[in-house]
Design a binder for this molecule. Structure first.
Ligand SMILES: [Ca+2]
Ligand SMILES: [Ca+2]
Length: 504
């Protein structure tokens, strides 16, 4: 029951194989000539590889349970302590990763058609297409955009040289999922049989390691997108018993975190919700039964499922090291959105504008990135594609709303900004647009309701100040800025004048 199927190289035995490649300094000429913010520091003699690991629905607090992510990525790279996603939902967020654009520009406004889903993505202008043009090998393993595979399960979207994507609706199964493997469908196990051979994250890790081992010897640099379902809950798994853990961990990890306890930050089961919109005011207090389920089924399932991701990270780093590519590879670790577990009475889910929903882990390791660094500059998922393009010296085919994080991570540049947070009309009571600025969060709900948090004074968003006369000027200033930014594209999205607090 403890055997793992995939290869796993021990780091200590492969140190001798590490080749350190020289990275030339950024050329100011290239930066000046480039029209896009993606080109700021990418003139390299040898192009680096890029691996992006995007987990699903992971909140920041879960990093505590991922020792390999901490030691191999955070301690060897830089952590963005204020990283958010602009539309905290799977499909719009993944479309933003693919395009470097806000949802109001890429147009994937929900998880499902007609206004969202895979079918809405303009696949001919996406990150892998641009990387291919720049000479990269490209590969994807795991979850892609919601709805992928429903209409044409053997379709391989443009730009991907190798493709191992899960086909909906089987994406949401830890066993019994079907992958499109470069045009051929392959199903791994059965939904209700917990065969250690076929645990989703492990199978994906094996494919990632295999990809690295095959691509490393070639001259071409490679881009690998690795997207396990964990710690997202399972669904559509006929016959699967999800009553004890959802998602189900690998058999070797079941019960390993039996002692894990639900974190209860000050916003947990918020007592006074009179400051909040009706949708929150209507939520009952969290009952002991609801809390027990949240902790025993969801929290422990999520954390135990992440143990396999943590091992996959170790396997990926080991494979890079064994092949001599580690020092010339950027590794990005992040999530497509956060997760609510009791804050503001929300016992599950995302989509809402609150911090646990929009905040995600973001760690970058690679050439020129300080080890053990922490950056407070606000980062958004609109920055992922620009950062990868910058690392690769590649040119986007659309106007990017984000910017490269490499100069920020390396400490060369500070950047003052706000990130637009938004959903779409199909989200009904959860349709909103707002701003997340270093100090402020301002939200305009389609219902007409407003929220304003002074995150410096109220980091847990316990008291919305939208009606507080002391914050009237702040609210007005943020509303003015939002009126411009809510439809921004390109440069306009990166302009920001800070809003002073009531004390100034
Ligand atoms: Ca998600
Ligand atoms: Ca409150």
């Amino acid at each position: 029951m403890t055997a793992r199927r995939r290869p796993s190289a021990a780091i200590s035995t492969v140190m001798a194989a590490v080749v350190t490649l020289t990275v030339t300094a950024a050329s100011p000429q290239a930066g000046a000539l480039a029209e896009s913010p993606a080109h700021t520091s990418a003139a390299r003699a040898t192009k680096p590889n890029v691996v992006v690991i995007m987990v699903d629905d992971m909140n920041v607090s879960a990093l505590e349970y991922m020792p390999n992510v901490r030691s191999l990525l955070a301690e060897r790279g830089t952590t963005f302590d204020n990283s958010v996603v602009s539309y905290p939902l799977c499909c719009p967020s993944r479309a933003t990763f693919q395009t470097g654009q806000y949802a109001h520009n890429h147009g994937v406004l929900s998880n499902r058609s007609p206004d969202g889903g895979y079918a809405r993505l303009r696949t001919d202008e996406t990150l892998p297409v641009w990387l291919r043009r720049a000479g990269y090998a490209t590969g994807h393993v795991g979850k892609f955009l919601n709805g992928y595979g429903r209409a044409r399960p053997t379709e391989v979207p443009p730009g991907w040289g190798e493709w191992y994507a899960s086909v909906d609706p089987t994406t949401y199964r830890m066993w019994g999922y079907t992958l499109n493997e470069n045009g051929t469908l392959q199903t791994y196990g059965e939904p209700d049989v917990e065969d250690p051979e076929f645990y989703q994250t492990d199978v994906y890790a094996g494919k990632a390691v295999d990809y690295i081992e095959r691509k490393a010897p070639a001259d071409k640099p490679f881009f690998l997108s690795f997207a396990p379902l964990a710690p997202h809950g399972e669904g559509a798994a006929a016959g699967a018993d999800l009553s004890e853990r959802n998602p189900r961990p690998a058999p070797r990890h079941r019960g390993e975190l039996e002692g894990a306890e639900l974190p209860k930050p000050p916003g947990y089961d918020e007592q006074d919700v009179s400051d909040k919109p009706l949708a929150i005011r209507n939520k009952p207090r969290i009952t002991p039964a609801a809390e027990a389920k949240m902790e025993n089924v969801r929290l422990k399932g999520r954390l135990e499922s992440l143990l396999s991701v943590d091992e996959a990270v170790s396997d990926i780093v080991s494979a890079l090291e064994a092949s001599g590519e580690l020092e010339d590879t950027y590794i990005v670790f992040t999530s497509d959105n956060g997760w609510m577990q009791g804050e503001h009475r929300l016992v599950s889910g995302k989509m809402v504008p609150y911090e646990p929903s929009i905040r995600v882990p973001l760690i970058i390791r690679g050439p020129g990135i300080p080890e053990g660094g922490h950056v407070s500059t606000l980062a958004g998922n609109i920055d992922l594609a620009p950062t990868v393009l910058d690392a690769a010296g590649a040119t986007p085919g659309v106007t990017l709303d984000g910017r490269s994080l490499l100069p920020i991570a390396s400490g060369d540049e500070a950047f003052n900004r706000a990130i637009v947070i938004e959903t779409g009309p199909k989200q009904a009571a959860r349709w909103y647009v707002g701003l997340r600025a270093p100090r402020w969060k301002y939200v305009e709900h389609a219902s007409g309701e407003r929220e304003l948090y002074d995150l410096q004074e109220d980091p847990h968003e316990l008291t919305s100040a939208h009606d507080d006369p002391r914050y009237a000027k702040v609210r007005k200033a943020l509303a003015n800025r939002l009126a411009t930014l809510r439809t921004c594209a390109g440069d306009a999205c990166r302009r920001w004048t800070p809003v002073a607090g009531p004390e100034d």
